[in-house]
Design a binder for this molecule. Structure first.
Ligand code: AMP
Ligand code: GLY
Length: 423
């Protein structure tokens, strides 16, 4: 088989790494890829949102299966366009990708099918949104309806903060069209966890539990990021809770989407808030998590390719995934300054040394090759992922890798996985 993976971050490096282990695969392409991916796949200079160019490439190369990493091409309708051209592709179509692309769509879905989540109202009128905040009081959460590169959610501790957020989203339009309407919802407290399930639109195949660390600094301080680290399994998700999540969240979501004439296939990512052993949905994403994919796929024993193919074909029959009975921990190495501005093109040392360490993978995210050197290019640069018999062992393994890698102003958290140890 020839497989095309779309994207060029840590999640896509991990997908390529896992796909490359399949005996079914002869050739992997990745668009646009990155220097880490280039060791396993042929990188193609096409951006993840250049749908026409991607289609031309896939047709010309007779790609058997395309796997979409990021949300943007999904919400642009890449799946519909590839399918119309007769190509097999893994991911939800444009209508189904609204589950991530529109907060209003996903909140209305949850309300219709009694899926546990925060109480909410949506508004297209600024004055009504402000009046609702005054009525509800703080803390309260303001969300731009559309995609805002992870920045469209404001957890406001005061009414003034919430109103300022509505002003920025609706009046100043800082997120453009994504802010034409807002969702205002109840603040939920608790512990967050990520839950993933493969689905063909009817059947589901849930993955092992995982958790990420969203804040940039130790002890969950500082601004939110795309994720500074992740681990699997997540002890907060007990066996009992796992089943509750499958029965009260994942199944009704997939069934509800199908009943609404909008079947969802691909991987469903559910962000959850856990309180007193009960899950509530924070948000859905239409893709794999980054960096949750790194520890999850390092733990996955089953071949991923037949699963991806079955989801794309609507023929998912497999009902379990085999996992290594091990824990995995991913520590993200970021550019100093991220998620705000940071210096780029700083040479990274120690990658060869890290590659020698057993049960350790260094997945590339924001790296580039410059004058023969690997340099930092994005905010999140590397995902150093260790496998171990216990979470403690996996943490030690990941940080043993972190210790040998360096560049000027590298930033990482020292407490990835600590929450799991505290249980
Ligand atoms: P999102 O962009 O939807 O992933 O939201 C970003 C982060 O905001 C989430 O990971 C949560 O930490 C937080 N968040 C979103 N909605 C709520 C809520 N209703 N209550 C508390 N925190 C929330
Ligand atoms: N880990 C957060 C995300 O993938 O959105």
């Amino acid at each position: 088989m020839k497989i095309l993976v779309i994207g060029g971050g840590g999640r896509e490096h991990t997908l390529v790494w896992k796909i490359a282990q399949s005996p079914l695969v002869e050739q992997i392409y990745c668009a646009p890829g990155n220097p880490g991916i280039a060791e396993l796949a042929e990188c193609v200079h096409i951006g993840a949102d250049e749908i026409d160019a991607l289609l031309d490439f896939a047709l010309a190369e007779k790609i058997d299966l395309t796997v979409v990493g990021p949300e943007v091409p999904l919400t642009m309708g890449i799946v519909d366009i590839f399918q119309t051209a007769g190509l097999e592709i893994f991911g939800p179509n444009k209508a189904a990708a609204q589950i991530e692309g529109s907060k209003r769509f996903s909140k209305d879905l949850m309300a219709r099918y009694n899926i546990p989540t925060a109480a909410y109202r949506s508004f297209s009128d600024h004055a009504q949104a402000v009046a609702y905040i005054r009525e509800q009081g703080a803390p309260i959460v303001v969300k731009a309806d559309g995609l805002a590169a992870g920045k469209g959610v404001i957890v406001a501790m005061t009414e003034e903060q919430a109103i300022a957020a509505v002003d920025e989203i609706m009046l100043d339009q800082v997120f453009g069209d994504a802010g034409a309407s807002v969702v205002i919802e109840e603040f939920m407290d608790g512990e967050e966890a990520s839950f993933f399930a493969f689905t063909d639109g009817k059947n589901i195949l849930p993955l092992a539990s995982s958790q990420d660390h969203k804040r940039v600094n130790d002890n969950d301080e500082g601004p939110n990021t795309g994720g500074m680290g992740a681990y699997s399994p997540a002890p907060v998700v007990t066996d009992e809770l796992y089943q509750v999540i499958v029965d009260t969240v994942v199944k009704p979501t997939i069934k509800g989407m199908a009943e609404d004439g909008c079947p969802y296939s691909g991987i469903l990512y559910v962000g959850l808030m856990i309180k007193d052993g009960k899950p509530r949905v924070v948000e859905y994403n239409a893709r794999f998590g980054d960096p949750e994919a790194q520890p999850l796929l390092m733990r996955m024993r089953s071949d991923i390719v037949p699963v991806l193919q079955a989801c794309a074909r609507g023929e998912l029959q497999q009902n379990s995934i085999e996992w290594y009975d091990k824990a995995a921990v991913c520590v993200v190495l970021a550019s100093g300054g991220y998620p705000a501005a940071y210096e780029k093109n700083l040479p990274i040392s120690g990658l060869d040394e890290a590659a020698e360490i057993e049960d350790l993978m260094v997945f590339h995210a924001g790296t580039a090759l410059k004058d023969g050197l690997i340099v930092n290019q994005g905010g999140r640069v590397l995902g150093v992922t260790g496998l171990g018999d216990t979470v403690r062992d996996a943490i030690d393994k990941a940080y043993a890798g972190v210790k040998v890698i360096h560049w000027d102003k590298v930033h990482y958290r020292h407490d990835i996985g600590a929450r799991a140890l505290n249980r």
